[in-house]
Design a protein around this ligand. Structure first.
Ligand code: ADP
Ligand code: MG
Length: 723
């Protein structure tokens, strides 16, 4: 092992560390939602009429009766105080993928100097954080900083335990004084409403008399890395950028496929158990956990929930993973590509739509009636993904996800739909003018009363598709591990709303002309396939062949964030969001500005780090080694021994190349005059990034030459394999 002091110390601390004792297992019932101010807790503490009113809002999305707020606030405060909370916080989700909260005490000082705890309805319903520091993409000038948070009744309040004690947390939306959405929750709620409206129209046209509100569901599989903090703390790149900017791949990586689904290391098990307990207490239904493909990589997935709650819970999950990791001496990396040469981390967003009366509308089902619904809803998704594929690419576009998409481990940047062989066949038959049957399960015909059933899970899985049908839902696989799921959910709900409206318009006009329903549905589905069938692809998404084929089919291949983000400025995207009421043009533009800025900042921070690490960490190690070598060579020469100079020459050449490139990088970074944000992003992607990679190449080659005991950075081997 290494002789480098800090690395040796890190390793010895890890090897000698005492495991945090695993807590004795608790019963699920004793943990489940104990920290949530749930409907049942409200029922127990609120007068009947008030409870009914709140429940109505939660379950049907109806506007909250303002008169109930005071009563709910008092009950919520009493419950929170009984859990030990002294403070409350409006929690909101700015455009940064993070969670923000401003804490306020329940304390209220009376005129005689005594204090009481107080929480009025208006404080529950509305807050006013000074939001001027949150990115808003030009919606507000700093001087006009007023921003409001408003209670989202549909996502339950909870108490969050940290080292500072308990805080009552109230999920909220965050809007500007002029009413524009400054957050990720507002558009999500609007997209659910738009999808509900359009889906209800279609369901009624299909002959349903009773239609409950349609909601979208989300189950997000979260991948992450755990790295011992003794290592991470001596890697400025991991600390500041969340990924390694340098590092030679180890002799052993993931090529043995021996980590995936392998036995979970004991230390990680103890960590996971604590994560799950904290999730259960917050009412988050953690369901699966396993080792992922790369060494040091793991996954956690909850049981799916309504999209809005799932999105809040996903943010909490990321927070819990990060905070709990610290307690266990790890850092949890949610970066999409922390280590070069081994798999990165994604977040598969499983998504469907459904309601209480018709069930899951993307379930092929086993009654004829719901099959028609399924085909219509599935067809609407196909149309949406084709028409708005570039939008789906844009909502997963970040500097960090660029390392992952298209890199033969994650889906390509081309957005296509995988249906599985059976559905693919059915939709192909539709495009040929009528469904005759379905592979493996008898005769199939689109007659409303006579549709036969088809077997679920008939399709295989396809890991290479960015947007895959998986039995009763779609799985959007291109989402980055550190991303909020809101953006992808907003995009999916909105494009579905648009498609369902289009379907409803077609059906209405055909029915008005006297066409029968069955024929009208056939026509609509055929049109979907004629116009949009090109997006359906069941082959290998990683192959070169697909890249060519996709181009012929006219599918966009937006390789980088610099290519993808400008889609948000396109007229048809603006129209989409405006007509569905999800984002105004100003709100959409602000998102473009914020995400472009984040992209540029991320690359700038990394580029500066590359320069400083090359100069202050790697260069000194390399010249120390050179100095050792040269004095040894000179000393040996004095006693008549010739030592080869090849290594010294090689190291010297690499050092020079690295430093030359680092200085080119630093020059390149000083350019600031760009005609447009698009130009600036292209410059970051085409000039800065390649220079960073080049510096790294020389540095990684040096890591393979310099004496191990002089190498200052924890190596890939150590970070990934020392447990
Ligand atoms: P896999 O790795 O095989 O894709 P997982 O069990 O890890 O499967 O994750 C699947 C995710 O999909 C889970 O979060 C699950 O709850 C979710 N899911 C299942 N059905 C639906 C649905 N109808 N809508 C949304 N998500 C769903
Ligand atoms: Mg999956």
């Amino acid at each position: 092992m290494s002789g480098n002091q800090s690395r040796v110390q890190a390793i010895s601390q890890i090897v000698n560390r005492k495991l945090m004792p695993a807590q004795p297992p608790k019963r699920l019932e004793d943990m489940w939602a104990t920290d949530v101010f749930s409907l049942s807790k409200m029922q127990a503490s609120l007068p009947k009429s008030i409870f009914k009113s709140v429940k109505n809002t939660v379950q049907t999305g109806q506007t909250l009766d303002p008169s109930v707020a005071d009563v709910v606030a008092v009950a919520m405060k009493d419950w929170a105080i009984s859990k030990g909370a002294l403070y409350y916080a409006h929690v909101f989700y700015p455009l940064t993928n993070s969670t923000a909260e401003k804490h306020d005490g329940f304390i209220s000082v009376q005129s005689d100097g005594s204090v009481i705890s107080e929480f009025a309805g208006k404080l529950l319903v509305q807050g006013e954080p000074d939001g001027s520091s949150f990115p808003n993409g030009g919606i507000r000038s700093t001087a006009a900083a007023r921003g409001y948070t408003a209670w989202d009744v549909t996502s339950p309040a909870y108490v969050m335990e940290t080292d500072n004690g308990m805080t009552l947390c109230i999920p909220t939306v965050f809007i500007s004084w002029t009413g524009e959405a400054l957050d990720k929750k507002t558009p999500l709620l609007r997209s659910i409403a738009a999808m509900n409206k359009a889906a209800t129209r279609v369901l009624k046209l299909l002959g349903n008399t009773e239609v409950a509100p349609v909601n979208s569901s989300c189950g997000a599989e979260q991948e992450y890395f755990l790295i011992d903090s003794n290592f991470a703390n001596s890697r400025p790149d991991l600390l500041l950028a969340g990924r390694t900017l340098f590092g030679k791949p180890p002799a052993k990586g993931q090529q043995f496929d021996d980590h995936y689904f392998g036995a979970i290391p004991e230390r990680v098990q103890v960590f996971m158990q604590e994560v799950e307990e904290r999730m259960y207490r917050l009412g988050i239904p953690a369901k699966t956990r396993h080792n992922e493909v790369a060494p040091g990589q793991f996954e956690i997935a909850p049981f799916f929930e309504a999209a809005n709650v799932a999105s809040d819970h996903q943010q909490l999950t990321m927070t819990i993973l990060r905070n709990t990791a610290k307690k266990h001496g790890f850092i949890c990396l949610l970066h999409e590509k922390p280590f070069a040469g081994i798999n990165g981390s994604g977040k598969h967003v499983n998504w469907s739509v459904g309601n209480a009366t018709q069930g899951n509308l993307l379930d092929p089902g086993d009654t004829p009636h719901s099959n028609v619904q399924f085909l219509v809803f599935c067809g609407a998704v196909i149309r949406g993904v084709h028409k708005y594929g570039p939008l789906l690419r844009a909502v997963v576009a970040t500097a960090s996800n660029d390392h992952r998409l298209g890199a033969n481990e994650a889906p390509p940047a081309i957005i296509s739909v995988y249906l599985g062989s059976q559905l693919e066949d059915i939709f192909e038959q539709i495009s040929k003018g009528g469904v005759k049957g379905s592979q493996g399960c008898g005769i199939m015909n689109l007659g409303v009363e006579t549709l036969p059933t088809f077997v679920k899970d008939a399709g295989d899985r396809n890991r290479t598709s960015p947007f895959a049908f998986t039995g009763n839902r779609f799985e959007f696989r291109a989402v980055g591990s550190g991303q909020s799921v809101s953006g992808p959910l907003v995009a999916m709900n909105t494009i579905l709303a648009d498609s369902l409206d289009w379907v409803a318009n077609k059906l209405e006009s055909d029915l008005a002309k006297g066409t029968d329903l069955n024929a009208a549905i056939q026509t609509v589905l055929k049109e979907v396939m004629d116009e949009h069938g090109a997006v359906v692809f069941g082959g290998n998404g990683y192959s070169e062949e697909w890249h060519k084929m996709a181009e012929e089919r006219g599918l966009a291949n937006l390789r980088t964030t610099a290519d993808a983000l400008p889609v948000l400025k396109a007229g048809y995207i603006e129209d989409l969001f405006q007509k569905t009421g999800v984002l105004t043009p100003v709100e959409l533009e602000s998102r473009y500005d914020v995400y472009a800025e984040q992209y540029l900042l991320a690359i700038e921070v990394e580029a500066k780090l590359v320069g400083s690490m090359a100069k202050t960490i790697i260069y000194p190690a390399a010249v120390r080694y050179l100095s050792d070598l040269s004095s040894t060579i000179a000393g040996l020469k004095e006693i008549g021994i010739e030592l080869e100079k090849v290594t010294a020459e090689k190291v010297a050449t690499l050092v020079k190349s690295m430093m030359d490139t680092a200085s080119k990088l630093s020059d390149a970074l000083s350019k600031h005059d760009f005609a447009s944000t698009e130009d600036h992003m292209q410059y970051a992607s085409q000039t800065i990034r390649p220079l960073m990679d080049e510096v790294r190449q020389y540095a990684d080659a040096l890591e393979g030459e310099v004496a191990d005991d002089l190498w200052p950075l924890p190596t890939y081997q150590e970070m990934l394999f020392v447990k």
